[in-house]
Design a protein around this ligand. Structure first.
Ligand SMILES: Nc1ncnc2c1ncn2[C@@H]1O[C@H](COP(=O)(O)OP(=O)(O)OP(=O)(O)O)[C@@H](O)[C@H]1O
Length: 214
């Protein structure tokens, strides 16, 4: 289980965006997170993704409190949580080929892993792997970002508006890729979307973040 308990977090002292928020993401399940724009969904995603340190509260991973946030996160805990954002372009190095984008976490951790297998899993052809970000569509680049997030076989995956930029068929394809991991590897998923129809269809249950308490 990936859990946040009593999380208080924000950007400006004295003005918390999250004020005592708790959320559990069990393994093998998709939990949806909905709520009005600006209520703090992405902030909670970044706290659970260990990218934003809360002012108070705790994040725990499989029963262990996390060892730190951002650069202070222990390597095994970093590898246990994959994250995909709404906008793929700012999330990749524009000089990399898609093959290099997907291979990044494998290279960084010295982990063996098959880029071709990952590419096939997300529906990227070998030819697309040779291209650079400016030579592919947003959907193709987002497929590469999803493959990168899945490369270390994380126990948990956070999808922060992963499909908001994509057409219906690419959305369906990426949801299917994630669902297969949930079924076959027991991955726990936090799916954030403004599209409540998508969440109703995709998630086992949907949590609404009101801006106060979950
Ligand atoms: N890097 C930042 N610096 C300062 N304030 C920020 C930063 N990121 C977000 N905020 C503010 O924190 C609040 C919550 O933002 P957040 O992106 O978490 O909400 P959200 O629910 O994901 O919104 P949306 O659905 O519009 O993406 C907003 O008021 C936003 O302006």
């Amino acid at each position: 289980m990936l859990s946040a308990t009593g999380v208080v977090a924000g950007y400006k002292r004295g003005e918390p965006v999250l004020d005592g928020v708790g959320l559990d993401v069990p393994g093998g399940q998709v939990v949806g997170l909905a709520g009005p724009s600006g209520c703090g969904k992405s902030t909670l995603a970044r706290v659970l993704g260990l990218l934003h340190e809360p002012w108070a509260g705790q994040v725990s991973l499989d029963g262990e409190p996390v060892g730190g946030f951002r650069h202070a996160t222990p390597r095994e805990q970093r590898a246990a949580i994959g994250i995909v954002f709404q906008h793929p372009r700012p999330a990749v190095d524009p000089r990399f080929t898609l093959r290099e984008v997907v291979a990044e976490p494998l290279r960084a951790t010295g982990t063996g892993g098959d880029v071709d297998e990952l590419a096939e899993e997300v529906g990227l052809t070998p030819e697309l792997l040779t291209r650079r970000p400016h030579e592919v569509s947003d959907g193709q680049l987002q497929r590469a970002c999803l493959a990168r997030a899945l490369a270390l076989r994380p126990g948990y995956l956070i999808c922060d508006e992963m499909t908001a930029m994509l057409d219906a068929s690419t959305t369906a394809a990426l949801v299917q890729v994630v669902d297969r991991r949930v079924r076959e590897s027991g991955t726990g998923v936090l799916a954030i979307s403004y599209d409540e129809d998508l969440l109703e269809h995709w998630a086992a249950h949907v949590v609404r973040l009101s801006g106060e308490q979950v």
